[in-house]
Structure formats: C-alpha cells, structure tokens
Design a binder for this molecule. Structure first.
Ligand code: NAD
Ligand code: GLY
Length: 383
C-alpha cells in the first residue's frame, strides 16, 4: 500500500539533439532532389504538398522527377492564399494523407511559398506525432526567410501564426528557376524580408541591395536571385543557430512584424468579409511595419533620421508600400497589435533598429514596450 504523496518517480529525458541540415542552392534542382532522396531516403514514400497555383506550375515536374527515380510519391494541393493557412486546411490535407495510406514511413515535400511551407511543416510536426519534411521554396520570400529556421504555423481568427510548432526541415532546396513563373507583385513582396535582413544584421548586404536595385527588380537574373538567397539564408541561419527557439536574439527577425501582422490581420479580415477585393501580401505589410518601427525608433531617439530615410528609399525603390493604408485607423491597428506573439501582459512589444545593420538588444530581450502615444505618432507620420 503506497501512502498518497510519499512516492515519486523521475522520468529522465535529458537529451542532446542535432537538428542541423543542409540548404542546397542552384538551378533546375528537381532531378537532384530526386537523386538525393533515392540515394539517402528520408522515408519509404513521399507526399508533395503545394497550393493550387504551384500545383499547376511545378508539382507535376517534381512528381515526374521523383517517379523517374522509382520513388513512391503522391501530391496534394489546397487553394492558394494566406486565408488558406488554417487548421481546417491542415485537417483536410491530413485526411487526404491518411486516405492515401501515408503513415510514419512518409516524408513531406513542401513545394511553394511561405503559406505552403508553414502549413506543410506544421503537418510534419503533428501528423503521426511527427514525420520528416523537406522545404522546396518557390517564392522570393520563402527562399529568403520562411523555408529556413523551422518555424511552422497556421493563422487563427485571433491572429497570425498563433498555432504552430518548431520543426526543422531535413533539407532545403532553393531552386531559383522556380521563380520564373512567380508574379511580379509576389516577387517584390518577398524582397521586404530581404531588406529586413540587411537592416537587422548586415549593412554590406543592405548596400548591395541599394546599389543593384535595377539588376534585382528589372532583370531578375538567376545570378542575383542566387546571391540574394545565399545571403538571406546566411544571415537568418546565423541568428537561428544562436537562438533556435526565440528566447531572445531571434526576435530581431520579427522586425516590422508587430505593426505588419496587425495590418495583415485587418487586411485579411476586410478581404474575407468582401469589404476589400484583395489583401496585402505578407512582404508588403512587413515593409509598412518596418517603416513604422523605424519611425518609432527615430521618435525615441534610438535611430538616426538618415537611417530611416535610407530604409524608406530602398523599400520604395523595390516597389514596396511605405504608407499605412487609409482604410485602417490608428486605433484599430494599435488594438490589433495586442494579438502579436511578442506581446507580454497584454502589451505589444517592438523590435527596433539602432542603425542599418544593428538592432537594439534591450537587455537581451531584443523587444521593448512602446507607449501608445508614440506608436500613434509614428502611425500618423506614416500616412
Ligand atoms: P504564398 O505562399 O501565399 O505565395 C504567394 C503567391 O505566390 C501564392 O499565390 C502562390 O500560389 C504563388 N506562388 C508561389 N510560388 C510560385 C511560383 N514559383 N510561380 C507562380 N506562383 C507562385 O506567400 P509567401 O509570400 O511566399 O509567404 C507568406 C507566408 O510566409 C505568410 O503566411 C508568413 O506568415 C509566412 N512566413 C513564415 C516565416 C517563417 O519563418 N516560417 C517567415 C516569413 C514569412
Ligand atoms: N521570420 C521570423 C523567424 O523565423 O523567426
């Protein structure tokens, strides 16, 4: 007979994990992906997850490449767009996977932009309690940012990326040839996170972007796309290595996201209710959010006016928006920031630059509360 509360037992689970992975950069990589999976398999079968646009432009050729290596592979698609990034879409995809007979012996190939990568990665984290996945990003944004670092998530009605998991991919393949079919607006949108990487960590990269605007925006050469992808992954990769689970320094990657996510949420809601015929893209709201955050830093004497102007010029040169859309009031934007994941005790927090290439560390937290009056003023000056 055991007396209640006198006995306890420890389950020892201390462990060291190695979640390192390779990022392969290049052109026409689908045959290489198939060959790699044949030579070092991740599973006994594969499922390609793509959205409806990428399903039309790239899925079939990846499917053919894998089948030509006699790999077992199926494909599943969902409706393109940020408003598909939900638990409901994930549930439907997981039901499709179960119907196809996918189990623990399956690996996911996430083929597409950040919406696909975030959802496919999240499914990989929870399907059968976790299966491997590979990121094959096909937007500038996903090649610059979302395919690296292992953040996976879906949106809920209360906010962006509110449900998710850290789940690192097994490999990332960045094939810049996939960008050939990317619409111009999506191409430009992806460059916002690229400029963000220059501002937060690398003044030389910022300078390069400044100098080669024409080459990047008008020529869209595979060489410049490769250079951009390599630099983005280097910058983001170093931050993630230092702080994989966002306890501190990784927050700098959220520069521009407090206001950005708030506007993105309002924009998506207006689109869903039919008030607006379109919604702002993620990169576009990040561009606006960076403009407001830089303005906040200037108002707090934490950033020079020249740095604010340099950032704004580069965003404009890349065709990105730097003004708050007129339909959203300051009050509703500030209210919407409360759902941001960096918020603590109901108060939004901001990641602020100290100069082009350096961020304030705020005692190792890399984010700070800002009075509503200052945010309101910065929003007014961004209209
Ligand atoms: P997206 O995935 O919706 O892609 C944008 C559009 O481009 C879609 O219509 C898509 O169908 C289309 N598309 C994609 N590749 C194409 C191609 N090669 N040819 C033709 N059309 C193509 O959006 P996105 O901008 O790539 O990503 C935005 C998402 O990424 C947001 O949900 C954001 O929260 C997330 N994100 C995540 C991280 C992370 O670390 N996990 C980082 C940044 C952004
Ligand atoms: N894009 C933010 C992060 O990966 O942390």
């Amino acid at each position: 007979m055991i007396e209640s509360g006198t006995d306890s037992m420890r389950i020892n689970l201390e462990r060291k994990v190695d979640e390192s992975y390779d990022i392969v950069f290049g052109r026409d990589l689908f045959p290489r992906i198939a060959k790699d999976l044949k030579e070092s398999p991740l599973a006994s079968r594969y499922v390609i997850i793509a959205d409806s646009n990428v399903f039309k432009t790239h899925s079939q050729s990846l499917l053919r490449a894998l089948r030509s290596e006699e790999l077992k592979v199926d494909d599943i698609f969902f409706n393109a767009g940020e408003n598909s990034k939900t638990m409901q879409t994930c549930s439907k995809i997981m039901d499709d996977m179960a119907r196809l007979g996918c189990g623990r012996d399956t690996a996911i190939l996430a083929l597409g932009g950040g919406v696909t990568g975030d959802m496919a990665g999240f499914i990989a984290a929870i399907f059968n309690r976790g299966i491997p996945y590979v990121q094959i990003p096909t937007t500038v944004l996903a090649q610059a940012d979302s395919s690296v670092g292992g953040k996976t998530a879906v949106d809920t009605q209360y906010g962006k990326n509110l449900v998710g998991a850290f789940k690192q991919p097994e490999r990332v393949y960045i094939d810049v040839d996939t960008l050939k079919t990317l619409p111009d607006r999506e191409y430009r949108s992806g460059l916002a996170e690229t400029i963000k990487h220059g501002v937060i960590q690398d003044a030389d990269f910022f300078e390069y972007l400044y100098e080669f605007v024409d080459e990047i925006i008008n020529k869209k050469s595979p060489e410049s796309s490769l250079k951009i992808a390599v630099n983005n992954c280097r910058i983001k990769g170093r931050v993630v290595e230092m702080d994989p689970h966002e306890k501190g320094r990784r927050r700098i990657l959220n520069y521009g996201h407090t206001i950005g996510h708030a506007i993105e949420k309002l924009s998506l809601r207006a689109f869903e209710t039919g008030e607006s015929p379109d919604y702002l893209r993620h990169g576009e709201v990040v561009a606006i959010g960076m403009t407001v955050a830089a303005k906040i830093a200037e108002l707090l004497n934490l950033l020079s006016v020249n740095a604010v102007m340099d950032q704004e010029k580069l965003l404009r040169d890349f065709g990105l928006p730097v003004k708050i859309p007129g339909e959203f009031s300051n009050e509703e934007i500030i209210a919407s920031t409360k759902a941001d994941k960096k918020a603590a005790k109901g108060k939004a927090r901001y990641v602020l630059p100290a100069a082009i290439g350096a961020m304030h560390d705020f005692g190792g937290t890399y984010a700070t509360e800002v009075d509503n009056e200052v945010v309101d003023q910065a929003l007014k000056e961004t209209r």
